[in-house]
Design a protein around this ligand. Sequence first.
Ligand SMILES: C[S@@+](CC[C@H](N)C(=O)[O-])C[C@H]1O[C@@H](n2cnc3c(N)ncnc32)[C@H](O)[C@@H]1O
Ligand SMILES: Nc1nc2[nH]cc(C(=O)O)c2c(=O)[nH]1
Ligand code: SF4
Ligand SMILES: [Mg+2]
Length: 210
Amino acid sequence: MAGYAVKEMFLTLQGEGVQVGRRAVFLRFAGCNLWSGREEDRADAQCRFCDTDFVGLDGDNGGRYPHADALADKAIALWGDLAGAFIVMTGGEPLLQVDDALVAALKARGFETAVETNGTQPAPAGIDWICVSPKAGTDIVLRRGNELKLVWPQPGIDPAALEGWDFEHFLLQPMDGAQLDEARAAAIAYVMDHPRWRLSTQTHKVVGIR
Ligand SMILES: C[S@@+](CC[C@H](N)C(=O)[O-])C[C@H]1O[C@@H](n2cnc3c(N)ncnc32)[C@H](O)[C@@H]1O
Ligand SMILES: Nc1nc2[nH]cc(C(=O)O)c2c(=O)[nH]1
Ligand code: SF4
Ligand SMILES: [Mg+2]
């Protein structure tokens, strides 16, 4: 179907990664290629630890946007009349939907653009900040960008094997879920032994914002 399927769009602070703490519009696209988003499918999905509801168009400012200008107009309205407009495109898997027209429409409104992606899809040119978060057992085509943010622990991925990829920053993000305390301890221990890597905490969950 034509246009962009958006789960939700809201103003918050970037909670993760090297850009943590920045005021940002979050544009969450509906749908992902590694999980249907239905709980009954989780155990058989390629990505089984997802912390996000990306199903449907029913969130704040969600819906089907017919063209890039409509989506970019809503995004800049959410940012408001301040300098330094910054947008993070996420999902779901944003690179199933982000295209040249959307990147151009966001830039025309003054946005600096960022994307959070699982790396299985190529990225259109012109995105200012690319965060790739690889998932074990998937074919990663996007092996360059600004930050590589690996959810940890993930059996089947050796961080050392990723260090040759073309990223400025390498981060381990503890896997949220029933074993979060153990995951955080494991991530800290890994970083203490491997200083090329740094810890990414999901700060939005700690401070109580979206
Ligand atoms: C919900 S994903 C959406 C973007 C894209 N599909 C991806 O996976 O990168 C956003 C970020 O949250 C991370 N994430 C998902 N579930 C998580 C969990 N249970 N604990 C920690 N990080 C998680 C992902 O790895 C990714 O970096
Ligand atoms: N505040 C906040 N920061 C985030 N950084 C990445 C997120 C995501 O779900 O992609 C996220 C999110 O959901 N909320
Ligand atoms: S790839 Fe991203 S959006 Fe898709 S299921 Fe995994 S963490 Fe969730
Ligand atoms: Mg999130």
